[in-house]
Design a protein around this ligand. Structure first.
Ligand code: DGL
Length: 271
């Protein structure tokens, strides 16, 4: 038994899609979430910058005495997996569990990947898929404009901006005939209804936030490190103005945010 919180971070609010699943799977756990809203997006930045941000984000969560860290960010998971592997507490990214789920799901051996520019450039999902099955054919498309679209909440099935954007970004995976599509950025599951409509129900969508939450739950259970309390709480931290956070966060979490939101600066000591 371990009553310390689980730490989750992302470049922005996308990681809350993982928190949503975590809350459903492990309702007794306390969660500390950090969204680096002052520096989002990560996906368009250099490898060095993303790694530097990752170190600061992890330090911020460790200062909250977390027992486990989830990098709920495809970009961080792709560019800085070694940093996650060398923390004083167990930490996981989204790549391995998501690739595993996709390899299990595909029947025709054709898998599509949507991610940020940095994620696609790193070929992280492709390598993880090929480690499981080298015959899988991969079509990967960077979708940088999905991130501001989702952070703006323009995600409804009839959104006049989202629909043509989804259509354009999906052209290559559609052409390739994939039967499984990795939503390799934690922002993208919010566009799932539009993506599913464009591709049809024959294509399985793999939600990286969900797969990672499931792995976290299994690890904590396996190591007998679950919390022993009635109901868990969530604490939210962002690195830019918290006003408006609750509104957008509710879209990701699928529930009303009543918990406090605090502003912090990664890399700065508190006090
Ligand atoms: N949530 C981040 C990811 O999963 C994407 C946003 C960004 O570019 O920072 O990659």
């Amino acid at each position: 038994m371990d009553n310390r919180p689980i730490g989750v971070f992302d470049s922005g609010l996308g990681g809350l899609s993982a928190v949503r699943h975590l809350r459903q799977l492990l309702p007794h756990e306390n969660i500390v979430y950090f969204g680096d809203t002052g520096r989002v997006p990560y996906g368009t930045r250099s490898r060095d910058t993303i790694r530097h941000y990752t170190e600061e984000d992890c330090a911020l969560l460790l200062a909250h005495d977390v027992k486990f860290i989830i990098a709920a960010c495809g970009t961080v998971s792709s560019v800085a997996p070694d940093i996650l592997d060398h923390l004083p507490v167990p930490a996981i990214g989204v790549v391995t569990p998501t690739a595993k789920a996709a390899a299990n799901a595909t029947k025709n051996g054709k898998v599509g990947i949507l991610g940020t520019a940095a994620t696609v450039r790193s070929a992280s999902f492709e390598k993880a898929l090929h480690a499981i099955d080298p015959t899988i054919q991969v079509t990967a498309t960077p979708c940088p404009l999905f991130v501001p679209l989702v952070e703006s909440g323009w995600i409804h099935e009839d959104d006049p901006v989202a629909i043509p954007m989804v259509r354009r970004y999906l052209a290559a995976v559609k052409e390739a005939g994939v039967d499984t599509l990795i939503l390799g950025c934690t922002h993208f599951p919010l566009l799932a209804p539009i993506i599913q409509k464009e591709l049809g129900n024959g294509v399985a969508l793999i939600d990286s936030g969900r797969e990672t939450a499931v792995l976290c739950a299994n690890r904590l259970k396996g190591q007998d490190c679950l919390a022993d309390r009635a109901d868990g709480t969530a604490k939210f931290f962002v690195s830019d103005q918290p006003e408006g956070f609750s509104q957008v966060a509710e879209i990701f979490l699928g529930e009303t945010v009543t918990d406090a939101v605090e502003m912090v600066r990664p890399g700065h000591k508190k006090g």
